[in-house]
Each structure stands twice: as C-alpha cells, then as structure tokens.
Design a protein around this ligand. Structure first.
Ligand code: ATP
Ligand code: MG
Length: 420
C-alpha cells in the first residue's frame, strides 16, 4: 500500500463540508470589505522567501521544501503567502492608482515541521493582504475583517492579542539593548535562544522553554522604546478596536516568526487546541514591497490556519452532510435507466437527489435511503414505467402519494416545492 507523505493529510467528507462553509463565509466577508481574490503559484524561486521572511528565521533555516528543478534552479514550495502576493503585486504592476489594493487568497502552504496535532507539512491558509495604505484605520479594518469571519462562523473560544514591533527608526536601538542584555545571560538560555540572541534577538520571545520565559519576563520590551509615530499608530489601532467593542490583550512580548513585520502585529489564539494555539496571525509589513524590488509602499495582512479553524469549529458542533431530499429506488434495468434520467433532471433543478445502481432489492434500497436520511423515496419498477406514474413515500410520516413521471413540476411540488 502506498501511503501519503508524512505530515500531508487527506481532507475527507464530512469534514470537507466544514471547509466549504468557512471558505464561503470568508469570501462573503472579503467582498464586504472590498478584498479581491488572487490565485498564485505554489512554487516560487527560493530567493523570494529567504529575502522576505528572513534568513535567520525558523521557516527559512529549517522548514522550507527547497529543491533544484531540472535546470538546476533552486525553487521552494511556498511556506506562506505574503511574499508571493507581494511578488505578484510588483511583477504585474498592480500598484497603479492611489487607492489601497486589497487581496485575499486561499490555498496550501508547505513547511517541513514535526507533524503533530494542529501542525502539518502541508496545511492551508486564508490570507488577506492590503497594500498601499499607512493609516492605522487599515490595521483596525483588517483585524475587524478577521474577527467578522470568526463571528459569522459562530466561533467564540478565541482571544485577540496585539503588539507593536516598532519600525526601522525605533527598533534598532531596542535590539541593541536586547542583544546586550541577552549576551550577559546567554548561558542561561536554551540552545536555540543562544543562537537567536545573536542572529535574531526578537525571536527569543517566541521560545516555549520555561527557563527562557522566566528570564525574558525581566527584560524590557519594545513597548517602552517605540518612537512617537509608532506609539501614535499603536494607540489609534487600539482606540478603534475599543470603539467597536473588540476585546483584546496587549502583549508586549508578542513577536512573529517572520522578519518583515513593522508596527502592528497580532494573533488570534484559543485555549481549546492545546499547544498549537494560534488560529491566525498577521501584522503590518511596511518595508517588504521595497525590499522585494517594488515601490516603497506600506502594507498589512493576516493568515488564518484553516486546519486549526476547522478543528475549533468541529469542537463546537458536529457536521453531518446534507441528506438527499429524494432517493429514487429502482427495480429492473429499464427503471434504472429511467431513474438515472430523473435523478439527473432533478439535480439540474437544484434538488438533492440520490439513487443506487446496484440492482438491489427494494428492501435494501429503502434501508439505504433511510441510512442516508432521505426525506422521500420514489419507487420505480416496470409497472410504474408502464403507468407513467409512481408512488412517492414520505419517510418521516410513511404517507404515500402517486406522482406523474412526466410532470416534473408536480414531482417538485410533492417534494414540498424544495426540488426547485
Ligand atoms: P505557530 O506558532 O503555530 O508555528 P506560525 O506563527 O508559524 O504558527 P504563521 O506563519 O503566522 O504561523 O501562519 C498563520 C497561521 O497558519 C497560524 O496561526 C496557524 O494557524 C497556521 N499554521 C502555521 N503553521 C502551520 C502548520 N505547520 N500546520 C498547520 N497550521 C499551521
Ligand atoms: Mg511556526
């Protein structure tokens, strides 16, 4: 037996219905906020990610699916979408015009991580990116959009955490101070953080080790080092969230796993998924478009992890597939042929119709219809074909009525009008 690659998961019914539901809700909300869909390749040049995400991040250091193609060019299966959106934005000259450009994209990402609950090597994200706007209103708007998606899905067990990561004007001074502090206590840090303290000091705040956490609780945070503009921006975002009654927690130690963030950074976390507690993450990335060779324009975005969102939603309620409205039971080959026709016609009218092609007994077909939860069963045999009419049984009440096989409108009416 050939099995799926480790960390790559099949998404099966009935869970797929949940995926459709959340993507439909996301699309509806995106339309309200003026976000348009963009569809991008899964494969990009490796350089795109090493330059944007940052060479000394976990993703670039050890999580990327990178290989040489047949011409010896280094390519990578995308570990995230923002870099690709920015690449497409620059390449296709989407920056024309003064307005903010808003995009969303839905699809798989690839990271070579240790597979466990809520962590896969192929996973899926819903991404939103707004390019060309500097205003704190845009940060607030995109956070409200994200929370609207969760609200429409009826998700309650979540918390919004926000922070400001400063900008190239105020962050370097803080990083110097942090690096010096960490250097003094470097022997108390875990192995990973010893490395990070020199290469990417902010990342130490993301460390799960207790010893590091305790030590970091004493360290000053970026919050006390923000420049006036960053501080004003941060205040305005929080004021807008407050105005819309959005509860959030300010965590001055929140950092993100990607280097390109500036100012606002946020995460939506839950206490219901164990260690993998982040359902979505995002923030502002003002320097990225220029860094990748485009115009100097600010941007903000987020990514929702669909697997974790589905897991959360499944905890809240059980999904069952929509049962067929009518099951057509057929007896004999002529009835099978006519039944096939009828089921197809009903389906084209938007009716959930089902049948079985196995030439089983009427009893077996009725059991099947029952198990599938069909509301009605239409029984079709040679006699019915000759008469041009057939009994339609209401499975809940047991009531039976005869319907004409040539009058589709009558059948639909008998199905409670729902067949139309
Ligand atoms: P984590 O801290 O859990 O590793 P992250 O900060 O690496 O998450 P992002 O790069 O911000 O994640 O991606 C956004 C969202 O994508 C996360 O909040 C999470 O829901 C989801 N996600 C990230 N990595 C994985 C993965 N390997 N498997 C499943 N979902 C993931
Ligand atoms: Mg990660």
């Amino acid at each position: 037996m050939i099995k799926a690659v480790r960390g790559m998961k099949d998404i099966l019914p009935p869970e797929t219905a949940r995926w459709q539901q959340l993507e439909t809700v996301a699309r509806t909300v995106f339309a309200c906020y003026g976000y348009q869909e963009i569809r991008l390749p899964l494969l990009e040049r490796t350089e795109l990610f090493s330059r944007s995400i940052g060479a000394s991040t976990d993703i670039v250091e050890k999580e990327m699916y990178t290989f040489l193609d047949r011409h010896g060019e280094s390519v990578t299966l995308r570990p995230e979408a923002t870099a690709s959106v920015v690449r497409a934005f620059i390449e296709n000259r989407l920056d024309q015009g003064a307005e903010v450009k808003k995009f969303f994209t839905i699809g798989p990402m690839f990271r070579y991580e240790r597979p466990q609950k809520g962590r896969y090597r192929q996973f899926h994200q819903i991404n939103a990116e707004a390019l060309g706007g500097e205003a704190p209103e845009l940060d607030a708007e995109i956070i409200l959009l994200l929370l609207d998606i969760f609200a429409r899905l009826g998700l309650t067990a979540i918390e919004l955490v926000i922070n400001s990561l400063g900008c190239p004007r105020c962050r370097p001074a803080y990083l110097l101070e942090l690096t010096a502090l960490l250097a003094r206590q470097v022997r108390d840090l875990c192995e990973d953080c010893q490395r990070r303290s020199a290469s990417n000091p902010l990342r130490v705040f993301d460390c799960k080790s207790k010893v590091c956490q305790e030590m970091l609780a004493q360290v000053p945070t970026i919050a006390d080092h923000l420049c006036d503009q960053c501080s004003w921006h941060d205040q305005r975002v929080r004021e807008l969230l407050n105005r819309y009654g959005v509860p959030f927690r300010h965590n001055p130690r929140l950092v993100r796993g990607l280097d390109y963030y500036t100012r606002t950074a946020f995460e939506v976390v839950t206490t219901h998924l164990g260690a993998q507690d982040a359902v979505a993450g995002g923030g502002r990335y003002n320097g990225l478009v220029k860094e990748l060779g485009g115009p100097d324009i600010p941007a903000v975005g987020f990514a929702i992890g669909e697997e974790r969102l589905v897991a959360l939603l499944s905890q809240q309620e059980v999904t069952t597939p929509a049962p067929p409205l009518v099951f057509v039971a057929v007896l004999g080959t002529a009835a099978l042929d006519r039944g096939f026709d009828l089921v197809q016609t009903l389906r084209r009218q938007g009716c959930r119709a089902e049948m079985d092609f196995g030439q089983r007994s009427l009893k077996a077909q009725l059991t099947m219809a029952n198990r599938r939860g069909a509301a009605y069963v239409l029984i079709l045999g040679d006699q019915e074909l000759a008469a041009g009419e057939a009994p339609l049984k209401n499975m809940a009440s047991g009531a039976q009525q005869v319907v004409s096989l040539t009058d589709l409108t009558a059948i639909q009416a008998a199905l409670g009008g729902k067949g139309a």
